[in-house]
Design a protein. Structure first.
Length: 305
């Protein structure tokens, strides 16, 4: 026969063990539930399922999304490709933090970079939802792997640039380069070493009749250690909400007198939206430096022998 005090001690010990075990089990269920929420949220983003991804957000997170602080789906290229949960932290019984690494890739090029997000997850009723998001800086894998820029080669006119403005953007040192294209010119450009043709020789060149002078002036341009001459034209800017898109054209000809223009578009902030002269001047100083971005590409221009 087990004595009563001993029996009572055994029962108490069993109750304690069961209680501890239940607490561990309950905590595991909670952790598993919010982990599943994060995983399903991330899968919906990668699948570009806006409706499903939005269903995991609290009103606070939706406010972050509407203000631009949270990107749910990203762009088509580069696009969200994969994710990894790096850390999990329990703040209290109903709040958790997850550190998630999100990889991006270009179609046909594989992973090109990643960034980390810290997701705060809270319990609302019987569900766990994303309540806030903090994003880290972007890490460029392309530069780390290749240790150098992607060269550009144009097989129609037979020239190269040290860096490809299209493939590199937005992963170069010049993220403000909005677009780049080579424009064929069917009209005769003449001898650009002597005189430059008018801007209207470029197909699709836009003229604003209310501008004075009515046409942007062209100017001859050469770069140090580069014998190829160019005629430079800065087009009239396009305006959008809070933004300016400046156009830069560089005209040159091949040895067999085929004429073409390289067209760069640079995105700038519209500094006038600040309204205060000191802020406008400070903004303009930074934005004016972007005028040099196209030159950085063109000065590496080289005809292939």
């Amino acid at each position: 026969m087990i004595q009563t005090p001993l029996l009572i001690g055994i029962i108490i010990s069993l109750i304690v063990v069961v209680g501890i075990g239940y607490g561990i089990f309950k905590n595991h269920i909670a952790t598993t539930s919010n982990t599943v929420t994060v995983e399903e949220f991330m899968k919906a983003r990668i699948e570009r399922n806006m409706e499903k991804a939005s269903s995991f957000l609290t009103d606070n997170a939706k406010t972050q999304y509407s203000s631009g602080k949270l990107t749910l789906l990203g762009t088509s290229n580069p696009h969200f490709a994969d994710f990894k949960i790096l850390e999990t932290q329990k703040l209290n019984a109903t709040q958790f933090k997850f550190k998630v690494r999100i990889y991006e890739e270009y179609t046909g090029q594989g992973k090109v970079g990643y960034f980390d997000e810290t997701l705060t997850v809270i319990k609302k009723g019987d569900r766990y939802l994303i309540d806030s998001v903090e994003r880290s800086e972007y890490t460029n894998l392309v530069q780390k792997v290749n240790q150098g820029p992607h060269p550009y080669f144009n097989n129609i006119y037979g020239f190269t640039l040290m860096s490809d403005p299209n493939q590199s953007n937005p992963y170069t040192d010049y993220p403000d380069l909005y677009s780049f294209q080579v424009i064929p010119i069917t009209k005769n450009c003449g001898d650009i070493t002597l005189t430059c043709p008018p801007a209207t020789i470029i197909p699709g060149f836009r003229i604003d009749v209310d501008k004075r002078p009515p046409l942007p002036l062209t100017q001859k341009m050469v770069f140090p250690n580069n014998p190829v001459p160019f005629c430079f034209i800065k087009g009239n800017p396009e305006y959008a909400a809070g933004s300016i898109y400046d156009s830069y054209y560089y005209i040159t000809t091949t040895k067999d007198n085929r004429c073409f223009a390289m067209h760069f578009v640079i995105h700038k902030a519209n500094c006038k939206m600040f309204g205060i002269k000191e802020q406008i001047d400070k903004c303009a100083q930074g934005e004016d430096k972007k005028d040099q971005i196209p030159d950085e590409y063109v000065k590496t221009f080289k005809f292939v022998q």
